[in-house]
Ligand binder design. Structure first.
Ligand code: AMP
Length: 250
């Protein structure tokens, strides 16, 4: 195990109540707290644990996005990544574009594993890892809840509908991680200070020879339907009565 690449996306923090722009063209991002996509923290934690168990390996955090994505890459460096690369663009980045950028980086960096989150909590696409594996022509293991490195293979336990499935993939491979894989470590203040000195390179898509393109158009964004105010009932009999009147029970 020489090198592990981890894809880290900048997303609206999961604690923020997302608000839709009045014209429905998207969600408001001005002044909103942005964070590392929670699944990507799990992906990074797993990479760091593999590195620690193996007694070494380089962990490279990568991202595609606006210049401010450096903040999330610094968080990744503070967690323990050795260096970071930002493919900087102001254009919207859809999953295929991100996968193209990661393919270019994978070809340059030759990692043994590329870790991604199973999905980004902003677009909920669940596509980037699968697209990268196809473009890179390497095996993929999605929804990982356990990862074990066995020489030049990885045994990955996956959360599937029927329970847990364990598969073996040849490395290099793409692994996307699920919620129960691990609990990411907290970043300590000295680590934040140390992270400031770690290398963070910025490249343009053009320098990587890729066109991020755009194939999707968001037609409209709607907020979720407003919840109706509840009513108080005095006892179970009244509750049953109300439910019957609403046609919810017979
Ligand atoms: P998605 O396919 O958009 O649900 O994203 C799945 C995973 O791909 C995320 O959890 C990230 O690990 C990675 N990813 C997607 N887009 C980006 C991006 N622009 N920058 C960094 N990582 C990304």
């Amino acid at each position: 195990m020489q090198k592990i690449m981890v894809c880290v996306k900048r997303v609206v923090d999961y604690n923020v109540r997302v608000r839709v722009k009045p014209d429905g063209s998207g969600v408001m991002l001005d002044g909103v707290k942005m964070s590392v996509n929670p699944f990507d923290e799990i992906a990074l934690e797993e990479a760091l644990r593999i590195k620690e168990r193996a007694g070494g390996a380089e962990v490279v955090a990568v991202s595609v996005g606006v210049a401010d994505t450096q903040q999330q890459l610094r968080t990744a460096l503070a967690m323990g990544a050795d260096r970071a690369i930002l493919v900087q663009t102001d254009a919207p980045v859809e999953p295929l574009a991100a996968a193209r950028a990661f393919l270019a980086l994978a070809r340059k960096e030759n990692p043994d594993i590329v870790f991604l989150g199973k999905q980004a909590i902003d677009d909920d696409a669940n596509q980037t890892g699968q697209m990268l594996a196809a473009l890179w022509d390497r095996p993929q293991a999605t929804y990982a809840s356990k990862v074990e490195i066995l020489g030049n293979k990885a045994a990955v336990t996956r959360e599937v509908d029927t329970g847990l499935e364990t598969i073996e993939v040849d490395l290099p491979a793409v692994i996307t991680v699920d919620l129960r894989l691990n609990e990411p470590r907290y970043v300590k203040l000295p680590d934040i200070m140390k992270a400031k000195k770690k290398p963070l390179d910025t490249v343009t898509p053009e320098a990587l020879g890729i066109d991020l393109g755009q194939m999707l158009k968001v037609v409209k964004t709607d907020p979720p339907a407003q919840r109706q105010k509840g009513i108080m009932v005095k006892d179970v009999a009244e509750l049953v009565d109300v439910l019957k009147k609403k046609g919810l029970i017979r």
